[in-house]
Design a protein around this ligand. Structure first.
Ligand code: B12
Length: 387
């Protein structure tokens, strides 16, 4: 197997692949070893280079990857990472505050992911840290722009299911059961006419959550979501590795909690990933895409221009073209999901703000700039928004 560059090292993909038995453990030991070198170096360099410090969620994903690869974290280095993750959680807990009025610096999604990762490794999280998530779950704090975040609810639900199964916080058991039921009802309420929970990309995690907290009411809804996801998969909607890595376990009737009972002696040899490519049967035509930038709906657009790009171009291609032609500038940051737009026309979002991608006038895109392919005549709006 080839050696991979750090930017290709994605713990979420490793976890997804391991939960679908592909590739086998020894076959892909090199990938896990590269991940370990990358993350351990990042932590050793932590003090020197805060800019590239892995986030709480990335560390949590890395610990899930270690578990998927049957790596022992009871070592000295492993213990340092566990302590670091617990420390991140404590910091976030303080940000949320006694009255639950604040917000985590990262998100409740990453807060849940961190609790889940520690729990899967059978590491106890202090009750007061869990309580913050229980409170947030019951008070429907999992919102992004006043829209309920099914992804966040699903991740919290998985964390609660793990805590319940592990018995790590027995004193919180009745509260955990209550919150689990509440979150399950909320996810079910978010079912769309197509059968998704929230949207297509939140449905894989939602299904994982519902599989671990089953109820008679959710059975049919899960079947509908499963069918809708299979359709989406066939139609090529899963271009981005993150949602795909969250879907892979589902396709094998597994969830992140399956890592709790992982059989580390099982070395099955495995299926090759089936990568389908779309053949180009004709010369691509050019299409016109309009790009608008706004920081406040009351003001005029900061930028408003049409661009000619080849049919099938991504939104990123449009932005590159716009930047080349002048007046328009943008910057991105590499994340596990791909390039995240972090600045437009030199403007960086403030705290809990982001550059939202919309199909004009007001339909948020369900994909990022590297995956979304605008249609001819479409107008894309980059809008500075709060979340
Ligand atoms: C929290 C969150 C956000 C927050 C992130 C800020 C923060 N401080 O956490 C905000 C509100 C800014 C956000 C924005 C967007 N998001 Co978002 N987000 C998430 C969520 C719930 C968790 C991400 C996370 O913490 N992952 C774990 C950590 C460890 O991984 P990470 O790589 O370090 O995390 C960073 C990136 O994920 C990045 N990020 C967040 N969303 C997106 C989306 C894209 C396309 C990219 C490239 C990066 C990115 O922010 C994280 C924190 O720094 C995921 C849900 C999921 N199922 O993954 C959706 C999710 C990744 N987002 C999604 C989308 C569509 C978007 C937007 C494109 C929406 C829009 N129309 O504008 C924008 C990004 C626009 C841009 N500027 O490029 C989709 C992506 C689907 C896909 N096909 O890939 C998801 C899966 C939600 C969904 N079900 O639709 N998001």
């Amino acid at each position: 197997m080839e050696r991979r560059s750090p930017s290709e090292l994605n713990p979420s993909i490793y976890v997804g692949l391991r939960l679908s038995n592909q590739p086998s453990r020894d076959q892909d030991d090199l990938y896990l070893n590269s991940l370990m070198v990358h993350y351990q170096l990042a932590f050793i360099n932590l003090a020197a280079d805060h800019q590239h410090e892995p986030s709480m969620g990335q560390l949590a994903l890395y610990l899930l990857a270690m578990r998927s690869g049957c790596k022992d974290i009871g070592t000295r280095k492993g213990n340092v990472l566990v302590t670091q993750l617990k420390h991140y959680l404590e910091e976030e807990k303080h940000r949320i505050g006694h009255e639950h009025k604040g917000h985590p610096l990262t998100s409740y999604y990453q807060y849940s992911l961190a609790i889940l990762a520690l729990c899967v490794h059978d590491k106890k999280v202090p009750g007061h840290v869990v309580e913050k998530l229980l409170h947030a779950a019951e008070h429907d704090v999992f919102l992004h722009r006043s829209q309920y975040s099914v992804d966040t609810a699903a991740m919290a639900s998985l964390a609660f299911s793990c805590l319940q199964a592990s018995g790590l916080n027995p004193g919180l058991e009745p509260w955990i059961s209550r919150a689990l039921k509440h979150v399950r009802d909320k996810i079910l309420q978010e079912e769309t006419p197509e059968g998704y929970f929230g949207n297509i990309y939140s449905s894989p995690l939602a299904l994982q959550a519902l599989m671990e907290a089953p109820s008679p009411e959710s059975e049919l809804a899960c079947l509908r979501a499963g069918n809708a996801l299979m359709k989406g998969l066939e139609e090529g909607a899963f271009q981005n590795p993150i949602p795909l890595s969250q879907l892979l376990p589902i396709l094998h009737q597994r969830t992140y909690l399956s890592l709790m009972q992982l059989d580390c002696n099982d070395e099955r040899g495995l299926l090759e990933a089936d990568i389908t490519t779309i053949p180009l049967t004709r010369k691509p035509q050019n299409i016109e895409v309009r790009l608008r930038v706004q920081i406040d709906p009351q003001f005029r657009f900061l930028h408003d221009q049409q661009y000619l790009v080849p049919e099938g171009a991504t939104l990123q291609d449009v932005l590159i073209k716009a930047q080349e032609e002048g007046w328009f500038t943008y910057e991105t940051e590499t994340t596990l999901s791909g390039p995240l737009v972090t600045s437009v026309m030199g403007i960086s979002p403030g705290e809990r703000q982001y550059w939202q991608l919309l199909q004009a006038p007001d339909t948020p895109l369900l994909q990022g700039i590297a995956d979304y392919r605008p249609q001819d005549g479409e107008t894309i709006l980059l809008s500075l928004a709060s979340w």
